[in-house]
Write a protein of this length. Sequence first.
Length: 302
Amino acid sequence: MRTIKIGSRTSELALTQANIVIDMLKESFPEYKYEIIKIKTKGDMILNKTLSKIGGKGLFVKEIQTALLTKEIDIAVHSMKDMPAQAPDDLILGAITKREDPRDVIVLKKGNSLDDLPKGALVGSSSHRRKSQLLNIRPDLKMVDIRGNVATRLSKMDTEGLDAVILAAAGLNRLGYDNKNFYYLDTDNYTPAVGQGALGCEIREDDLEIVEMVEKINHEETYNCVMAERIYLKILEGGCHAPIGAYAKKTNDEIEITGMVGSKDGKTILRHTTTGEFKDYLDVGKKLANEMIKLGAKEFLK
């Protein structure tokens, strides 16, 4: 009997997500054994610098992808928002699971609304996208760079005197946090990261047994939406060095995708939405990218 080895980062959230994927696979393939292989990535080890200063999103996936290529693992489970737009040769995204809540959340020390934050409040986030959009809404806020896992970032409200931190709703939900001090940022006015809320299963293209397995847990609607967002990101050549986001959703037989880029100080946000046939999801993502370029998006990404 083959043991399917699942590669995961070592954080509580990453391991929770790996177990979500294992539970899904067990439903269709109970005859296999499953084992999580914990892998520390460079992004997990360097916590005193922002991602943009040490190399970007690939820092959370490179070591796991290497383990996949060398056959130490069979499936790599990633948060899709951590994945660079370009994947290594011989690896494919075999499945993307059904999307959790895609929104960002402001977790407040006191209160449950953006209006409850006092003027000049200290808000923790190292994401240029999050900072830009929040400062556009509340330019008086003071943004503080923070890194670490979910619990570490939440604890900084006590250890570093922050009034709030911004996190992904999906991670908080998967870890079972209650929402009594949460303020959800609506996707119409605050664009999520590309792939936010979705989990990806990266595999070797030539491992046909695993290819067939992960196809069973692929959520087609989420897959198409996230891939539309990723082609948008790829064309704009955006990473974590600049404020950029995208969010796609299915409406009847159409896909609606919104992209954003902004200035780091939040004074200017460019946001644009386009639609098209759902089956043409990649073309619609490309269309959005080209329309954003015509509107001046590249100027923000230099």
